[in-house]
Design a protein around this ligand. Sequence first.
Ligand SMILES: NC(=O)c1ccc[n+]([C@@H]2O[C@H](COP(=O)([O-])OP(=O)(O)OC[C@H]3O[C@@H](n4cnc5c(N)ncnc54)[C@H](O)[C@@H]3O)[C@@H](O)[C@H]2O)c1
Ligand SMILES: O=C/C=C/C=C(\O)C(=O)O
Length: 493
Amino acid sequence: MLRTSGDAAVDRGQFIDGAYDLSGSSRFAAVDPATGETAYWIHEASAEQVDRAVTAARKALKGPWGKLSAAERGAMLRKLAARIAERSADFLRAEIIDTGKPVEMASHLDIPRGAGNFNFFADLAPMALGEAFPMKTPDGGDALNYSLRQPRGVIAVVCPWNLPLLLMTWKVAPALACGNTVVVKPSEETPATATLLGEVMNEVGIPAGVFNVVNGLGAASTGEFLTSHPGVDGITFTGETVTGTAIMKAAAVGTRPVSFELGGKNPGIVFADCDLDAAIAGTLRSAFLNCGQVCLGTERVYVERSLYPQFVERLAATAKKLQVGDPFDKSTTLGPLISAGHREKVLGYYASAKADGAEIVTGGGIPDLEDRFANGSWIEPTIWTGLGDDAKVNREEIFGPCCHISPFDEEDEVVARANASPYGLAASLWTQNLGRTHRLAPQIEVGTLWVNSWFLRDLRASFGGSKQSGIGREGGLHGLDFYTEQRNVCIRF
Ligand SMILES: NC(=O)c1ccc[n+]([C@@H]2O[C@H](COP(=O)([O-])OP(=O)(O)OC[C@H]3O[C@@H](n4cnc5c(N)ncnc54)[C@H](O)[C@@H]3O)[C@@H](O)[C@H]2O)c1
Ligand SMILES: O=C/C=C/C=C(\O)C(=O)O
């Protein structure tokens, strides 16, 4: 069997119909963001290769996969999860070389959730609810309506780079559990774990063609070839809002359904009656985990005025203790940004905050790393104060390790400021006042409101964004409406 994984330096190409194809229309370098060095080469799938992948996926729908019961599919997905766990060292290494994320984070979050997503949806899919309605016919007879849930068909899964294995499996697991087949387009920055998963699919006997991977860029490349392919029956996408718009246009041809998890500009709201230690620790995580590259991350922090000076001082003190360095070192808590290009973008926001007159409480630049890491995409964790809500860094999604903190006086004021964004993905509220929690929960326009927590995930709960942060909800039974097609059967008897 062709192994793509153990050796992290091996090229990544396509995984189509159960076999690797290390060719493509062009190739580009995969750069390790911690060192700036080329780690391996990625081969860009041509339109013809994407067509082969979609055709393989369609054929697999009618093969042995299509004949399995939900329980049988579930059993295979549980085996897959067990195998991911057994090979976690391979997944960990692949993920860290692609992203630079600290081993401490990837070993506790990304890789276990990669396996966990398959276990969760293996258990959940057989619970997909149907409905039944007995009725009287106009002439006094009887009829019964009942619903069947069929797999939707071939699902295109288009993924971002920030949590590659976690976010890809979050979509592939329910798609497969419901009996679909998939063609995955990982981010061009992070193809390794998705490509490796093909090998594991083969190892546990998932039939060829059920899971396919095509690598390449987005617009005018593999991503667009896939989303505009007429053989795709539905598109699930996580990424930037503007990309969502482009994909939605592609999906409009053939009126294919979409499920979108998009960008955010998430507020953290801290009341003076909060548990301050918890609020500091939670806000620190929400602003800096994964070097700030989490869609749910907090970039705008509003603190009740009486607590404001103390909060700023304490958050800055903890941010200064973040440990930048070798992602494979267990004590590292802050890795590099995903790429030199993304660092340019984030540094542009750092410059914009400075030009707008922000007080730079901590950070603002590039840390000095030596030797092997001197050319990595490192950046300092940064906290600003003093800007108005209309400043660029308070309006646009930055996706870096930074936040702006400002004071507020009234509940109504902070709700209005938190909601004054075209995004509505997530918010964190820090208070010990239960009445306030219930008063504010219906008013904050987001898909997920965390109270006294952040990124605390129950996979049964709905997950998605309001406003320009998404379309539809995945998670629990909610996603099953996207991954299955309901058929109403009306029987007159
Ligand atoms: N809401 C969520 O759950 C969630 C989770 C993670 C990331 N995100 C968002 O993702 C963004 C960061 O990820 P990113 O930079 O990889 O996003 P991106 O939108 O640039 O890219 C995502 C994927 O889309 C592909 N793509 C780009 N243009 C395309 C096109 N025209 N047609 C088809 N495919 C195309 C890319 O190749 C990549 O695979 C941030 O905005 C972040 O908020 C959202
Ligand atoms: O960067 C975004 C994080 C999204 C998280 C999930 O989709 C999840 O936890 O299922």
